[in-house]
Design a protein around this ligand. Structure first.
Ligand SMILES: *Cc1c(COP(=O)(O)O)cnc(C)c1O
Length: 357
């Protein structure tokens, strides 16, 4: 039986994946040198395609990491001497905060509730904040933060940087890069690729901060400190041997998305999310995030009243692989991914199966 993965990452591969990987093998991509012209062209073309798809301006550089968890560590090492501020909306934002403590910084945080009205305007950001860290879409809770609200509160500390975790919202999320200094995502979520590549988007202001810290004698890392990433990027290179195959696949998928059009991808994402939320609103299960203003369009979390195991087992028998809840909600929630790899037809089939349950 052909399975369909509605898990939130890794997830269903994008439908053109097989074609691209077959081509990669015929082009010996797994054997080429990362110091040769083929790789330089690959980095440059991937950079161009991503810029076009996500409207990333020339003020921002595109670097590769191995994962977004890694990117969190790199960001804190390179931009914070002491004070980071974290807007936490789930377990991923919490990890970002905890990393800051582990790196011996002095982070502060505010946690957004999933079940109450919450006004961003009530957030007070300490004046000494060096960077504000935000999760655009927290995959553990299904809370998505409206970026306009976030950008408005950042005005309290105009000199601070802002880093946004876009892991499970890209390419869907509308991000105005002129308003943020750093964005990052991984490819095993919205891009429908295997895990093993992180994309880290950093502007000149953040790189200058990292150079300032270096001059002060603060350790910002080794091969992946921002100044090293920058020197290598200028030559379309990476310090380490990167995941060349995955970069190749990312370029191909990004071009597929461009061909389809980002506006169509967004429209389809919202259409699918709406029918899923509507369905569960009138079922005995309920969306976990009660405040509609904060509901994710890409990773939908449903409170299934402790029936997670029963549902996952029943659906797996029919070839639908769903995600369990995250962490302490493992047995209480299910999570449904709504990425470009998931078609409207598949979503409708999934909801039909719920009717049969
Ligand atoms: C998956 C995820 C991460 C971690 O990404 P990795 O590629 O596993 O490092 C971070 N933040 C969010 C919101 C995620 O969904």
């Amino acid at each position: 039986m052909k399975k369909i993965y509605f898990t939130v990452g890794p997830t269903q591969l994008y439908p053109t994946f097989q074609k691209h990987i077959t081509l990669a093998l015929s082009e010996d991509i797994c054997s080429i040198s990362h110091r040769g012209q083929t790789f330089k062209d690959l980095y440059k073309n991937t950079d161009e395609a991503l810029r076009k798809l996500l409207s990333i301006p020339q003020t921002h550089h595109i670097f590769f990491t191995s994962s977004s968890i890694e990117s969190m560590e790199r960001i804190l090492q390179n931009t914070v001497e002491k004070y980071s501020f974290h807007i936490i909306s789930g377990e991923f934002g919490k990890k970002f905060y905890e990393f800051s403590t582990l790196l011996q910084k002095q982070p502060k945080e505010i946690t957004i509730p999933h079940d109450k009205n919450f006004l961003f305007s009530t957030i007070k950001i300490p004046k000494n904040t060096e960077i504000i860290c935000v999760t655009h879409n927290d995959t553990s809770t299904g809370i998505a933060l409206p970026m306009q609200d976030v950008i408005t509160i950042k005005q309290q500390v105009p000199n601070a940087l802002m880093a946004v975790d876009l892991v499970s919202s890209a390419p869907y999320g509308d991000i105005d890069y002129s308003q943020i200094d750093i964005g990052f995502f991984s490819v095993q979520k919205g891009f429908g690729l295997p895990a093993g590549l992180g994309i880290l988007i950093v502007n000149d202001k953040a790189i200058e901060k990292s150079q300032f810290l270096e001059k002060k004698g603060i350790i910002t890392g080794t091969y992946k400190r921002f100044s090293s990433l920058l020197v290598n990027e200028k030559n379309w290179q990476t310090f380490e041997t990167p995941n060349i195959l995955e970069i190749y696949l990312l370029e191909k998928i990004t071009k597929d998305f461009l061909k389809k059009g980002i506006e169509i991808i967004k429209k389809e994402t919202e259409e699918k999310a709406n029918i899923i939320y509507d369905f569960f609103e009138s079922s005995r299960y309920q969306p976990y995030v009660t405040n509609k203003h904060f509901r994710s369009q890409t990773t939908l979390v449903i409170d299934v009243k402790g029936e997670t195991k029963k549902i996952l087992t029943a659906f797996s028998k029919k070839g639908f692989i769903l995600g369990s809840g995250y962490g302490k909600h493992k047995e209480a929630h299910i999570r449904i991914a709504n990425f470009p790899a998931h078609s409207l037809t598949q979503v409708k089939q999934l909801l039909n199966e719920f009717n049969e349950l």
